[in-house]
Write a protein that binds this ligand. Structure first.
Ligand SMILES: Cc1ncc(COP(=O)(O)O)c(C=O)c1O
Length: 425
């Protein structure tokens, strides 16, 4: 696509954008009497304007029905979580029974590791990416220790090559091959939080399976950002949060995927709770756990309705479009951000250029670009913030910018360029 660094060009793109109506459905923080340039949907998505009403409905139903709200609320609480399986399955490319909304991301990761990290004598290693999100690192270390292994021996990390930022898939596969008899589990962040790199999940899953390992993904930065086909890729399990691209509020309720092939497995270990028990007999309150025949079997506690109400508000907007339309706009919008940064680079000295460390090919990235401003540190990020840009800073030296196709515009990206140029002076 041919881009132009001008307000007229950006505005024309917005006029032509079939998704432009969605912007109005979100609250934008204000700066100097206008919307901030919000490029942080990869950290916390914006609030849907309908979220308050969805929560108020539940508060009202609680006031009116008390405990009877479980059956008589307008959206009864007892089966409340069930309404997410179908829409979320479309977002992550799954079958509805493979998807459940529950807990928080790291909690779900732990629950899934209980089932899918089953180390045996010789086969006890977990392969993950170096510098995985710290919560994943801690979860993996603690799980390995829980089974009596030493993390320095049991965790294999794939690193980027010297002088590179992204990890090559061929290096992941080579490490799987090298340790083929020892790896019990491959667990990767489907989109790396730091670089924005999208991994070829199908290829990694095939490689892991071909050597007898199970394969799972942390999709915190992937769900609602890129097109996924978890079922068809034969992924064993995955989990994600809802507060980033799924716009469901800080600490919002998270999601999990368990492939159909595992759902009926009677031997699977699980940390069980009553909400995972077969719903037909749950209230007989009898001894002996009978798992639901779906991903709901992994539920431990009853549903957090207020958090789910926001999730419902957010997904009701999300599902007025689909991942393929969002991905199509995302390629153009992130391409425009890349173009604007390269335009700015033309006037910067060779030792002070902006380096985009996210892959260039659109299938290897989602909407996020991670930028290193050589010779400039956090001070540039703070200057941007003062001028009305909300992006985010990740230690040691990266500014992450994510134009989200659901609510960001080409004009946002153009304005970012203007404010970035000013901040660089
Ligand atoms: C890749 C990744 N994994 C895990 C987490 C932790 O999520 P939570 O605090 O919701 O458990 C995050 C949070 O941003 C993340 O980006």
């Amino acid at each position: 696509m041919d881009y132009t660094n001008s307000l007229e060009f950006a505005q024309q793109q917005d006029i032509n954008d079939p998704l432009r109506k969605f912007r109005e459905q979100f609250f934008f923080p204000q700066h100097g009497g206008r919307d901030v340039v919000y490029l942080t949907g990869n950290s916390l998505g914006l609030q849907p304007r309908t979220a308050q009403d969805y929560i108020l409905d539940e508060l009202e139903d609680w006031a009116n029905f008390g405990v009877e709200g479980h059956f008589h609320a307008r959206k009864p609480w007892m089966p409340y979580h069930e309404q997410f399986a179908e829409p979320l399955s479309r977002i992550v490319g799954a079958l509805p029974p493979e998807v459940v909304v529950m807990n928080q991301l790291t909690v779900n990761l732990h629950l899934l590791l209980v089932s899918f990290y089953r180390p045996l004598k010789g086969r006890f290693k977990i392969l993950c990416e170096a510098k995985a999100f710290p919560s994943d690192q801690y979860a993996l270390e603690s799980q390995v220790k829980f089974h009596g292994y030493d993390p320095s021996e049991a965790i294999l990390e794939v690193e980027p090559r010297n002088g590179e930022y992204c990890i090559r898939e061929e290096d992941i596969i080579a490490l799987i091959d090298k340790h083929q008899d020892e790896i019990a589990l491959v667990l990767i962040g489907g989109v790396n939080y730091y670089t924005g790199q999208v991994f070829d999940m199908k290829k990694i899953t095939e490689a892991g399976h071909s050597k007898g390992a199970l394969v799972g993904f942390d999709l915190a930065h992937a769900a609602g950002n890129i097109e996924l086909s978890l079922h068809d890729w034969n992924v064993d399990f995955a989990c994600w949060c809802s507060y980033k691209y799924l716009n469901s509020g800080p600490g919002g309720v998270a999601g999990a995927f368990i492939h159909q092939k595992h759902l009926a497995s009677p031997d699977l270990h699980r940390f069980a709770g009553w909400w995972g028990h077969d719903k037909a007999s749950r209230f007989r309150m009898e001894k002996g756990f009978i798992p639901m025949p779906t991903a709901e079997a992994w539920q431990v506690s009853n549903a957090p309705i207020f958090s789910m109400a926001v999730h419902k508000a957010a997904l009701d907007i999300f599902l007025q479009t689909d991942m393929s339309a969002l991905a199509k706009k995302s390629v153009k919008l992130t391409g425009y951000l890349e173009f604007i940064i390269q335009e700015i680079n033309k006037s910067l000295p060779s030792n002070g250029k902006l380096e985009i460390i996210t892959p260039v090919e659109s299938k290897r990235r989602g909407c996020q670009l991670s930028i290193i401003a050589h010779g400039r540190g956090k001070e540039l990020f703070l200057k941007l913030q003062e001028s009305g840009v909300i992006s985010d800073w990740r230690e040691p030296n990266v500014i992450r910018c994510a134009p989200v196709p659901l609510y960001n515009s080409f004009e946002d990206v153009y304005r970012f360029g203007v404010l970035l140029s000013q901040a660089l002076v």
